[in-house]
Design a protein. Structure first.
Length: 302
């Protein structure tokens, strides 16, 4: 069986399709690597890219992507709802098949060192690749964002793992690391009051005593295509086996009712494990004694 490692980098561009396409082409043109999807978000001004391959293919594609993004994306001119510190903000590696967490940690170290040398973008190792406990959490690394990062890397505890105490003048810094599958999940509210979304996010996220394996923020979304303006609870679910999609959904709905608003739409950004969706279907349909392995047609065939 062929080795499969997945990478899901986020680039800080969600509006200029020519720039997005140029970055994505670096993935498409790399042997041993397959592009699965890319999802631009104009309001966040960010694109989530997903690709898979063996370690060598993913390594080459990842370095090429950062070099192209650093060439085309200027964070001194970037504005968007989502926090960011780099032209490629974050680059995780996930073991999918014939690969281990250790393989992905090793890959992150090789890629991080190459990015610093070849693209001139300093790299923090994060999540399972972190060499220091405080660097496991991306939020702590990203604090200060691009605008504050040049000063931050001079602090005693915040020298990047690769690249030294500096930032790329227009592409900033980035985080690279191994991690488990993550679901990027957004819930849109029928209000334009972003403070409500922020209050809901604060109440449900793990670091404030909410649900385990849930990171959440509140954003204001300005949809230029439809002219709509609405508040959004944006969530990263770091382990859907611990906290499933349906539990997050129901808690956000309950918190929204406290503020007199409703969840009117949800979004899954990028790819999502099938089991996460099946678990939610089982919950909402109240299916008795459902067997994920034998009663899902595709699983049974495979």
């Amino acid at each position: 069986m062929a080795q499969i490692i997945e990478s899901i980098p986020n680039i800080s561009e969600g509006r200029r399709m020519d720039v997005i396409e140029a970055c994505v082409e670096e993935i498409r043109s790399t042997p041993g690597c397959t592009l699965l999807s890319f999802v631009p978000d104009e309001s966040h001004n960010r694109t989530v890219i997903t690709y898979i391959g063996d370690a060598k293919g993913v390594e080459e594609a990842s370095v090429k992507l950062v070099k192209k993004a650093a060439e085309l994306i200027d964070l001194t001119k970037h504005k968007g709802e989502h926090p960011r510190m780099g032209a490629v903000d974050v680059m995780p590696f996930l073991p999918i098949k014939e690969a281990t967490t250790e393989d992905c940690i090793k890959l992150s170290e090789v890629v991080g060192e190459r990015i610093a040398k070849e693209a001139g973008v300093p790299v923090f190792l994060y999540e399972q690749s972190a060499r220091r406990p405080e660097r496991q959490n991306l939020v702590k690394i990203r604090k200060g964002q691009f605008e504050g990062m040049a000063e931050k890397v001079q602090e005693e505890d915040w020298e990047p793992d690769f690249g030294g105490r500096k930032i790329h003048p227009t592409a900033g810094v980035m985080a690279v690391g191994a991690r488990p599958p993550l679901i990027a999940y957004n819930l849109n509210l029928d209000t334009a009051n972003v403070e409500i979304a922020k209050k809901i996010a604060e109440s449900i996220r793990e670091r404030n005593g909410g649900l385990d394996c849930v990171k959440a923020m509140g954003f204001m979304i300005d949809d230029e295509k439809t002219g709509q303006h609405y508040a959004q609870v944006s969530i990263n679910m770091t382990n859907f086996e611990v906290t499933p999609l349906y539990r997050v959904t129901e808690l956000v709905k309950a918190e929204a009712r406290r503020w007199g608003v409703r969840v009117v739409q949800t979004e899954v950004i990028g790819l999502c494990p099938m089991k996460a969706l099946i678990d939610s279907a089982e919950y909402y349909l109240q299916i008795k004694d459902f067997d994920y392995h034998t009663q899902v047609l595709e699983n049974h065939i495979l």
